[in-house]
Design a protein around this ligand. Structure first.
Ligand SMILES: [Zn+2]
Length: 387
């Protein structure tokens, strides 16, 4: 028994280290972005990566008053202003208070199912640096049979950092108001699938950065000025998008998000329609907006021209930053493009690399076509009067 477990462990370590050696620049970017702890309003470690990536491409960087990043690559200084955006924050928790015996009570930052809270590892972003924490779950040995399938509410959840008193927790630098992120390392799975936390919306940031890298590497000349915007506090009400649009002043917006893959047991097309491996997605309806229909159709026609499979998703219970671009000033064409993702808003989600690569390709193809005339036509509601 012991021997086979040791063999299994050795085997899994080999797989992990071999996988790590095989990561290309894009997968390394995904690993770094997803492993960075950044719940809403605590996006520092993600912002650091985003700023470093865009600066390495020679971009000018500006910040809005909530910490969103607006990057502009050199060269594109004329034409319509196109905002390409993804959010830096992830769902997480906040320290509410510390008990006398050193346990930490929490509130949520963003929407998680109650099932997602107990029996997990977390990172508390304390004053002295990250502090690992465990959300404890009482053992079955002391749980009465009628309680064993009960879901724990957030008010019952506590974090354990190994401390024996409040003073010990304080000495670790943990204070009320500190942000808490899920702890969940990046993993390579079969079929080009990657497991990680915070795909929502680090996968969107990775699409943005991968596209910008390619635009620079291939010296692509675009007919529009692209504002690459990484927003804050999306998960608690699209707050960084509200402020960053005033800085970006877009004529048109493309939000890039983690889509809702509904291709596993217990979920189906009534909830959402995306599936892993069938290409990027586009939301035709979500709780925050109906996209501009001409821009939506433009995405489908460019995808068709380029032989990229584009999935449609009609769903509710999902708001996203694209809606803030849509409502900017007197209103702007806006759309939400996605990389299908399983198990959003939990400790581990799964994406497929081919969907990601096609999302980057589609974004670049769209951007190369957004000249002044096209953007004006997409934004126009002038009735077509037959002559
Ligand atoms: Zn999101």
């Amino acid at each position: 028994m012991v021997r086979s477990f040791a063999a299994l462990l050795a085997c899994s370590l080999l797989v992990t280290s071999a996988g790590a050696q095989e990561l290309d620049a894009t997968a390394r970017l995904m690993r770094d972005l997803t492993e960075a702890p950044g719940p809403s309003a605590f996006e520092e470690s993600v912002r650091e990566i985003v700023v470093a990536e865009y600066r390495s491409l020679g971009a000018g960087i500006a910040f809005d008053g909530l910490g969103s990043v607006v990057a502009t690559l050199p060269g594109n200084t004329s034409g319509p202003r196109v905002m390409v955006t993804a959010h830096m924050d992830e769902v997480g928790l906040m320290v509410q208070y510390v008990t006398d015996d050193g346990f930490i009570r929490v509130k949520n930052l963003g929407g998680l199912l109650d099932q997602a809270y107990p029996d997990q590892r977390w990172t508390i972003l304390g004053a002295n640096g990250p502090v690992p924490a465990i959300s404890g779950l009482p053992t079955i040995h002391v749980t009465p049979p009628e309680q064993r399938s009960r879901v724990w509410s957030l008010n019952e959840i506590f974090l354990d950092v190994g401390a024996a008193s409040r003073a010990e927790v304080e000495a670790l630098g943990v204070r009320p108001g500190d942000g808490i992120a899920p702890w969940s390392p990046f993993l390579v799975l079969p079929n080009g699938r990657y497991a990680a936390k915070a795909w929502d919306d680090r996968v969107g940031l990775a699409v943005m950065i991968a596209a910008a890298r390619r635009i620079r590497a291939e010296n692509l000349r675009l007919p529009a000025q692209i504002l690459w915007v990484a927003t804050t506090q999306e998960e608690i009400g699209l707050r960084g998008a509200q402020t960053s649009v005033d800085l970006a002043r877009p004529d048109l917006g493309i939000s890039i998000e983690a889509g809702v893959a509904a291709d596993f047991p217990g979920i189906g097309p009534t909830q959402a329609q995306e599936r892993l491996g069938r290409g990027p997605g586009i939301f035709l309806l979500d709780s925050s907006m109906i996209p501009n229909r001409k821009l939506r159709d433009f995405f489908f026609s460019v995808a068709r021209e380029e032989g990229i499979s584009l999935q449609a998703d009609v769903l509710t219970g999902y708001g996203e930053d694209g809606s803030e671009i849509q409502l900017y000033d007197t209103g702007r064409p806006s759309v939400n493009m996605t990389v299908p993702t399983r198990y959003l808003h939990s400790h581990t989600g799964i994406i497929q690399r081919s969907d990601f690569d096609h999302a980057v390709e589609l974004l670049i193809q769209i951007l190369t076509r957004l000249d002044a005339e096209t953007v004006e036509e997409l934004a126009s509601f002038e009735p077509r009067i037959p002559r």
